[in-house]
Design a protein around this ligand. Structure first.
Ligand code: NAP
Length: 543
């Protein structure tokens, strides 16, 4: 595919009237061609007004066309082939195997949302039939369904150039809900973004959809990104990135004449709680546990939102052995190229702040990586008393760095957990003998996190129906939802009730006869579409 270096506004390449920016290779610090022409704020309205114009037809698309469109995006992304992996590798420094896995996840989640669209439960159909003879007052016929909010602005993540970027989780869930998407390209992988953008454009064209269903815009976040969120045509925002940018977008969205929801995923320390029973094995078993922890900290150079930044381990001989094993495991690692020089720089200042804090020791330090932006992985150690009294130790370090905190009893552990900010995850490493100790911690963690994990590590988020990738602030801006998994579609929907509408004016999903074959809640009772169909057929046979 040819990279044009332009935005794709309503599926057409449009040269920006602003400056030109290049992607660059973080392994060599070399600029990559082509240059990307950045949009000016005056050019933005073409994208947002096209998205608004696309809404009426896209939001009412029949389920089969809608699902086919999502599947076509997945196919088109796969069809780009090695060019996509090569470009993403050049722009991010991420290894090929990781990017291949991410491409599979990207295509997989688009197909999962296609299945959700065909199945239809997200439409939330409820019917309260009229009760004309009810005393003292009759009841009207009231029907409810979920409708798409409108055009959605999406800001992709630097650390998932495929699965959380142009056609990633937020775009997939917004398109599945029936919302046109205006995607603010991430400046750290502009070429990858354009390749994926072209795959979406091809699907829009092949399905004969309104071109405003998708736009990909290049420009600085602080101007174009802000203007996008302030634009009256935009009705919701999906974001993954830093706390500062997420909060800036929340402020802009809240200050609009018509405030809109912002679903921002920002920062998380993903604490791990190691109970005594997890450390009763022999030295080899303790080494395995330590190596698993270090692998979770250093994987993807620590640039995962679920990377464990804190681990609580007991004081005493077994905890000492574990801490020593962690030190050895991290010393055997070398730095990997980080996504950008800026992200590597922030990681270095964060690690330096941890390392120079009072009563914090270095448990283990890896080797510098082969490139300039590949800092050595580092794991530090401290006590619960120090942790609870020093806010510096609660700051996210995005990169391969983590802090082991030693606790003397479960009360200390619960106290420390109750002082944590909101997190995406909490993980418990334990044996059955620890269950009574862990039981009082679980309700504390429920108040703090979106996902609780036992005898596993938080990295590697499954994309499914039951997954929650969310949590209280500052993990996310809205604790009621998730950005990974099928429940993410709910972020871009709202309920509408239809009272006494004649069949001719009702939307198809709500009409008598259930033409879209949806499961429905009728007078409070769930009626499965299949059972309803069977009953209708039986009635017809008996008639
Ligand atoms: P970022 O700086 O927050 O940027 C994310 C997106 O937001 C980019 O498209 C950026 O555009 C835009 N943006 C930045 N400032 C903005 C503003 N004031 N108003 C509107 N839009 C704005 O995140 P990043 O570049 O991906 O990584 C930087 C840091 O974010 C990392 O060091 C890490 O701490 C954190 N991070 C966290 C996660 C997570 O999952 N929790 C994931 C990735 C990164 P421009 O670049 O054009 O300004």
């Amino acid at each position: 595919m040819t990279l044009n270096g332009h935005s794709l506004i309503a599926c057409q390449p449009v040269a920006g009237n602003g400056k030109t920016a290049h992607g660059y290779n973080p392994a060599t610090n070399e600029l990559l061609e082509p240059g990307y022409s950045l949009l000016t704020e005056g050019q933005l309205a073409t994208a947002t007004s096209a998205a608004a114009a696309a809404y009426p037809s896209f939001s009412t698309l029949d389920p089969e066309t809608h699902a086919g469109f999502l599947e076509a995006i997945a196919e088109n992304i796969e069809a780009i082939g090695e060019e996509l992996i090569t470009r993403a590798g050049l722009e991010t420094g991420l290894p090929t195997a990781r990017l291949q896995g991410e491409r599979a996840r990207t295509a997989g989640q688009l197909r999962l949302f296609a299945a959700v669209v065909r199945q239809g439960d997200f439409r939330g159909v409820r019917v309260d039939p009229a009760l004309p003879d009810r005393a003292p007052l009759p009841r009207a016929d009231i029907r409810q369904r979920q409708i798409p909010l409108g055009p959605v602005a999406v800001f992709g993540a630097s650390n998932f150039p495929l699965a959380f970027s142009t056609a990633g989780g937020d775009t997939a869930s917004a398109l599945a809900a029936g919302c046109p998407v205006v995607f603010k390209a991430h400046n750290a992988h502009p070429g990858t973004g354009e390749l994926v953008g072209q795959a979406i454009v091809k699907a829009v064209k092949n399905f004969g959809l309104h071109p405003g269903v998708f736009s990909l815009i290049y420009g600085p976040g602080s101007s174009i990104g802000q203007a996008l969120v302030a634009d009256p045509a935009i009705k919701a925002v999906g974001f993954t990135g830093s706390q500062s940018a997420g909060i800036a977008l929340m402020r802009t969205a809240a200050a609009r004449p018509e405030p809109i929801p912002v679903y921002a995923e920002m920062s998380s320390l993903n604490p791990v709680f190691v109970f005594p029973g997890a450390l009763t094995g022999n030295a080899e078993e303790i080494d395995v546990l330590a190596s698993q922890y270090v692998a979770a900290v250093t994987g993807s150079s620590g640039q995962l939102c679920t990377s464990p930044g804190l681990l609580f381990a007991p004081t005493g001989a077994a905890g000492d052995k574990f801490a020593a094993a962690v030190g050895r495991a991290v010393a055997a690692c070398a730095g990997q190229t980080m996504l950008t020089a800026g992200i590597a720089g922030s990681r270095n200042s964060g690690a330096e702040a941890l390392g120079s804090a009072d009563n914090v020791s270095v448990l283990g330090l890896g080797a510098e990586g082969a490139t300039e932006n590949a800092p050595p992985p580092a794991i530090f150690g401290t006590s619960v008393a120090e942790f609870v009294s020093n806010p510096v130790l609660h700051a996210e370090v995005f990169g391969a760095a983590s802090l082991v905190i030693r606790y003397s009893d479960t009360n200390e552990l619960i106290d420390a957990a109750s002082r944590l900010e909101g997190q995406l995850t909490a993980s418990l490493q334990l044996a059955p003998a620890d269950y009574p100790l862990a039981a009082p911690l679980v309700p504390v963690l429920e108040q703090k996190v979106g996902r609780i994990i036992v005898n596993g590590w938080p990295t590697g988020v499954e994309v499914g129906h039951a997954m929650v990738h969310g949590g209280p602030f500052p993990a996310t801006s809205d604790t009621r939802t998730t950005s990974v998994g099928t429940l993410a579609i709910n972020r871009f929907l709202r309920p509408v009730a239809y009272q006494n509408l004649p069949q001719e004016l009702l939307p198809a999903p709500l009409r008598d006869g259930n033409p879209w074959r949806l499961n429905r809640r009728v007078d409070g009772v769930v009626e499965a579409a299949a059972a309803e169909e069977a009953a209708t057929e039986k009635a017809e046979v008996n008639a």
